[in-house]
Design a protein around this ligand. Structure first.
Ligand SMILES: Nc1ncnc2c1ncn2[C@@H]1O[C@H](COP(=O)(O)OP(=O)(O)OP(=O)(O)O)[C@@H](O)[C@H]1O
Ligand SMILES: [Mg+2]
Length: 281
């Protein structure tokens, strides 16, 4: 018989978005960034219609770490992210977060902006829902739109933006709540290579400037190696871990990192693993 699934705090998304007092949600200007959320997963199982997608999965993610989650289509990456976000519950196992009071943000492949709201109004939305005073939310939204290079576009509407700009709005919106844990599910997969590399560099910079844990799901080995402190690869079947590799490339990583021998060695070794053990189900 399987052990009952437990989480340390029930629905963390509710904790983040509804239950926490507004004063604890937003860091006051000038205050040093908090460390990100640490996670401890033990014996996680999630099955659909009797087929285990994740089975007996153990994983520790350190506070402030940038972790890339890699694996072939259908191996359970999004399932794992949804469990971590509290949007779904494991059938067995235990999932603990180091700071239950932490804020969590989730970025999807589709920027899912509200078409009737301006860029500014889209970024303001989570701050409005959090009950932040109007003057503070506006300053906060401007700060994050500047951080993603969109100060000049605050009055535009989503249909006036390129795909890369929409994704930058989505990033600003997620970061406006100053998350301790940022989950991204293939956020740049639909973008052209040039825009994708630009946004990878932007995301790295945002992470370097603001202490938070990042879990980044991608199909791209080069993107995973470029961004992550650590790459975890899920096998195509059975929900087991195929690899757990530290990526020890100096920060900040730049365009020249992508052509360095150490970068290429890391990419090649992960490619070989994916080829050997990650074949499509
Ligand atoms: N709610 C659900 N009901 C039934 N099956 C599901 C559900 N969610 C996921 N699955 C199944 O679980 C498996 C893993 O799905 P998941 O979306 O986690 O894969 P993934 O690794 O994110 O794939 P991709 O890279 O294509 O996004 C798939 O076989 C999928 O059909
Ligand atoms: Mg997915």
């Amino acid at each position: 018989m399987s052990t009952p699934a437990t989480t340390s705090s029930g629905c963390r998304v509710c904790d983040t978005h509804r239950l926490m007092p507004a004063s604890r949600r937003i860091r006051p200007p000038g205050q040093a960034p908090e460390a990100g959320t640490g996670l401890r997963l033990r014996g996680i199982r999630r099955a659909f219609a009797g087929r285990a997608v994740l089975e007996n999965l153990d994983l520790d993610i350190h506070p402030g770490e940038f972790l890339a989650l890699l694996g072939p289509s259908g191996c359970g990456k999004s399932t794992l992210l949804r469990l971590i976000a509290g949007l779904d519950q494991p059938d067995a196992g235990q999932l603990d977060l180091s700071n239950d009071a932490g804020r969590l943000a989730y970025v999807f492949q589709d920027p899912s902006l509200m078409p009737w709201r301006s860029v500014m109004a889209n970024v303001l939305l989570p701050l409005e829902l959090s009950g932040i005073p109007a003057a503070e939310r506006e300053a906060r939204a401007r700060e994050w739109l500047a951080a993603v290079g969109l100060s000049e576009a605050t009055r535009r509407y989503p249909n006036e933006l390129s795909g890369g700009m929409k994704m930058r709005v989505s990033l600003a919106r997620a970061l406006s709540i100053q998350p301790n844990l940022l989950l991204l599910d293939e956020p740049f997969a639909a973008l052209d290579e040039f825009t994708r590399q630009h946004l990878d560099e932007l995301l790295q910079q945002l992470w370097l400037n603001h202490a938070m844990t990042v879990i980044f799901v991608t199909h791209s080995i080069t993107e995973a190696v470029f961004l992550a402190d650590r790459v975890v690869m899920l096998a195509a079947r059975g929900g087991r871990l195929l690899a757990d590799r530290a990526i020890e490339l100096a920060r900040p990583r730049t365009r020249s990192t992508r052509t360095s021998p150490a970068f290429n060695r890391a990419v090649e070794s992960l490619s070989a693993l994916l080829h050997d053990g990650g074949t499509l189900p």
